[in-house]
Design a protein around this ligand. Structure first.
Ligand SMILES: [Zn+2]
Length: 390
């Protein structure tokens, strides 16, 4: 697509509303003419304007504050906090002002969130402080109440603070809802650094996944003619380079490492929106994650499992899995099955499930569509991943 065309109509932050991310995953791409979907066209136009600098869209309106949360509360008018015990204790004496309420979020079930919308007193701003759950609850709340939103992620293992949609649960299923647009995202280094390192380095998974995702996207373009955007792909590649050149900072969760990870999350999210699909960041490595959760019914730290997926599909894509392991180790990403308590059988079954999972769920075309996955492959992968590291 051209980055210079002009958009018609006003650009509002609600333009992205209704874009259901779970649908992106499940829906096979229309390979013949993906751009004829009017929803795609309108979204791309908005981002076209954003790219050319003529108009600001969703992400551009968010101010990222790198440093500390100290005193921010006094500039928010009346505010409600959505958080959890641990993160709240880290910041409550520093945030400033007096919150009207501080809710310890216990879930993301629809009914529960709607009750909060009803019960919390009227406020100018809602502040989500914590991990994905607190941020998602605050996003949902601000969408329903139409009040200002400030997000303070206290771990960067997931990019919930950088995406406009909240993951809401209904009857066990996850739906991506709404179009929250934070006025501010505050990166409080002290709070983030007080969390266990691996929870932050897990944030590497959803950026380093660009490596295998880009392979799949190009592969699909060559095999099926799926639309491939060179500029977006180059953007993803640039992120990978940036990530690796900051590997040590990321591994040690330094201020620079945190900032690099946050900027990469924001940028991967933007690239996905420009592409109109998750391709720049999400490929068959994520199928390992989906298949694993389906098989075990357990939940895992997303980025770590995605890391395993990256190792696994690299073996099928380019045989560069040793390089990938070395690079993930250099950034402190835990990705070996033993790191998160996965048994040999669970691992083998997941590998064997990936291809059928992709087919049954009509997922995007990937390396999995072009290969056979044998038990021998699975065992070999397990052996490589369970070899001792020094
Ligand atoms: Zn992911």
């Amino acid at each position: 697509m051209s980055l210079d065309s002009s958009a018609s109509g006003p650009v509002t932050s609600s333009t992205f509303a209704g874009y259901d991310q779970s649908e992106w995953r499940r829906r096979p791409f229309d390979l013949s003419s993906p751009l004829t979907n009017p929803r795609h066209v309108s979204e791309i136009h908005i981002l076209v304007n954003y790219c050319s600098g003529k108009t600001e869209a969703v992400i551009a309106l968010t101010e990222y504050v790198y440093g500390s949360i100290d005193g921010i509360g006094s500039s928010l008018g009346t505010y409600a906090v959505m958080t959890m015990d641990v993160p709240w204790n880290l910041v409550k004496d520093r945030i400033g002002g007096t919150p009207v309420s501080a809710t310890m979020i216990t879930g993301l079930e629809h009914d529960y969130l709607d009750r909060l919308v009803k019960d919390v007193p009227k406020v100018d701003t809602v502040v989500g402080i914590g991990g994905g759950m607190a941020c998602d609850a605050a996003k949902y709340f601000s969408g329903k109440r139409n009040c200002s939103l400030v997000l303070v992620p206290t771990i960067v293992s997931v990019n919930a603070y950088a995406t406009p949609m909240a993951a809401v649960r209904e009857g066990g299923a996850v739906h991506y809802q709404g179009n929250a647009n934070p006025q501010k995202v505050v990166i409080d280094y002290k709070a983030i650094q007080s969390a266990p390192k691996r929870l932050n380095t897990a944030g590497v998974g959803d950026v380093y996944s660009c490596r295998t995702a880009l392979f799949d996207w190009k592969f699909s373009h060559d095999k099926t003619g799926e639309l491939y955007d060179e500029k977006v792909a180059a953007g993803s590649q640039h992120l990978l380079d940036k990530l690796l050149s900051n590997a040590n900072e990321i591994k040690n969760v330094t201020e620079r490492g945190i900032r690099c990870l946050v900027e990469a999350h924001v940028e991967t999210n933007r690239l996905q929106q420009v592409a109109g699909k998750p391709r720049p960041e999400e490929g068959s490595e994520h199928i390992f994650f989906y298949a694993l959760e389906e098989l075990t019914g357990r939940s895992f730290v997303h980025g770590e499992v995605v890391g395993t997926g990256i190792f696994v599909v690299t073996y099928f894509q380019t045989k560069q899995e040793k390089t990938v392991a070395r690079e993930m180790d250099s950034m402190g990403l835990m990705f070996r099955p033993r790191d998160y308590g996965l048994s040999r059988d669970e691992f083998l079954n997941t590998i064997l499930r990936m291809k059928p999972y992709s087919k049954q769920n009509k997922m995007f075309y990937s390396i999995l569509d072009a290969i056979e996955v044998s038990r021998q492959d699975a065992e070999k992968l397990y052996d490589m991943l369970s070899a001792p590291t020094n």
